[in-house]
Design a protein around this ligand. Structure first.
Ligand code: CO8
Length: 259
C-alpha cells in the first residue's frame, strides 16, 4: 500500500524507511500503521534490502498514536487500533532482516513502541523517549508494557509508565533503551555505517540470529538453547558457512550469497 506518510529508498543493500508526517510529528494514524506493516513485510522478501534503517522526517521520530484519530473511539475501536499497531510492529519484529531505528527526535508512546520493535536503536542527542500514555488515561497499546520491561527491567519500566516521564537520549542509553547516542548530524551516517557492516554478513545467518534472540524473550532458556542447536546445525547446510570458513582458512574476504 503506497502512502504519502511513509517513504522507502533502497540503495546498495540498505533500505531507509522514513516516517513522513512531520506536520503531526509523525503521529501514527491508521494509514501510517498499515503502511508500516506492509512495507516491512515487503522488505522482508526483497533481496535488495539486506538491512533496514527506520527514521522520522522532521523533529520527531514519532510522537505516538494519533490522538486526534483516537479521541472518539469506543472500546471495540480502541482494541482494533491496538491490534492494527501490534500487527504492523510484528512485521518489524519478525522481519528476517536487521532493523536499525535512527531515533532523530521525540519517540513517545506508540513512537517509543515502534523504536522498541526495531533490533537496534541509535539516538540523536535531541531524542526524547517515553511512554506518556498515563497522562491521557490510556494504557500503552502497541506493546509498551511488554517491550519496555524486557529492555530496561520492570522497575524502571514501571517508573516510566506510572509517571509518563520522558527520558533524554543519554538517560535512555544508561537504562538500555538505546544502544548509542550521537550528534544529530551524525545520526544517519552512524546508522548507515552499522548497516554497511552488517550487510556484508550472510543474510541467512543474520535471519537465524535475529529469530533466536527474539525467542530468548518468548520461550524458556532450555527451549531457546534447543533452537540454537537446531539453527547452528542448519548453518552447516548453507553455502555461506562453507564460504565463511573457507575464506578464513584461505586468508581472504568472504562473499556471502544468502544460500
Ligand atoms: N497525535 C496527534 N497529533 C499529534 C501528536 C499525536 N500523538 N503529537 C503531536 N501532534 C501534533 C500536534 O497536535 C500539533 O498539531 P497542530 O500543529 O495541528 O496543532 C503538531 O503535532 C505539533 O505538535 P506540538 O505543537 O504539540 O509540538 P511541541 O514541540 O510543542 O510538543 C510534544 C511536542 C511534546 C511531542 C507534544 O506534541 C506531545 O506531547 N505530543 C503527544 C505525545 C503523546 O502523548 N504521545 C502518546 C500518544 S498515545 C499512544 O501513543 C498510545 C499508543 C497505543 C495506542 C493504542 C490504541 C488503543
Amino acid at each position: 500500500m503506497a502512502s504519502e506518510f511513509l517513504k522507502t529508498e533502497i540503495s546498495d543493500g540498505v533500505a531507509v524507511v522514513t516516517l513522513n508526517r512531520p506536520e503531526a510529528l509523525n503521529a501514527l494514524n491508521s494509514e501510517l500503521l498499515a503502511a508500516i506493516g506492509e512495507t516491512f513485510t515487503e522488505l522482508g522478501n526483497d533481496d535488495n534490502a539486506r538491512v533496514i534503517i527506520l527514521t522520522g522526517e522532521g523533529k520527531a521520530f514519532a510522537a505516538g498514536a494519533d490522538i486526534a484519530e483516537m479521541v472518539e473511539y469506543n472500546a471495540a475501536q480502541g482494541k482494533a487500533y491496538s491490534e492494527l499497531g501490534m500487527k504492523a510492529f510484528r512485521a518489524i519484529i519478525e522481519c528476517p532482516k536487521p532493523v536499525i531505528a535512527a531515533v532523530n527526535g521525540f519517540a513517545l508512546g506508540g513512537g517509543c513502541e515502534l523504536a522498541m520493535s526495531c533490533d537496534i536503536r541509535i539516538a540523536s542527542v535531541k531524542a526524547k523517549l517515553g511512554q506518556p500514555e498515563i497522562t491521557l488515561a490510556v494504557t500503552p497499546g502497541f506493546g509498551g508494557t511488554q517491550k519496555l520491561p524486557r529492555l530496561v527491567g520492570p522497575a524502571i519500566a514501571k517508573e516510566l509508565l506510572f509517571t509518563g516521564r520522558m527520558v533524554k537520549a543519554d538517560e535512555a542509553k544508561e537504562i538500555g533503551l538505546v544502544n548509542k547516542v550521537v550528534e544529530p548530524e551524525e545520526l544517519m551516517n552512524t546508522a548507515m555505517e552499522m548497516a554497511n557492516k552488517i550487510k556484508a554478513f550472510s543474510p541467512l545467518t543474520l535471519k537465524y540470529v535475529k529469530d533466536a534472540v527474539n525467542q530468548s524473550t518468548e520461550v524458556s532458556q532450555t527451549a531457546g538453547e534447543t533452537y540454537e542447536s537446531d539453527i547452528f546445525g542448519v548453518c552447516f547446510s548453507t553455502e555461506d558457512l562453507k564460504e565463511g570458513m573457507t575464506a578464513f582458512l584461505e586468508k581472504r574476504k568472504p562473499e556471502f550469497k544468502g544460500k
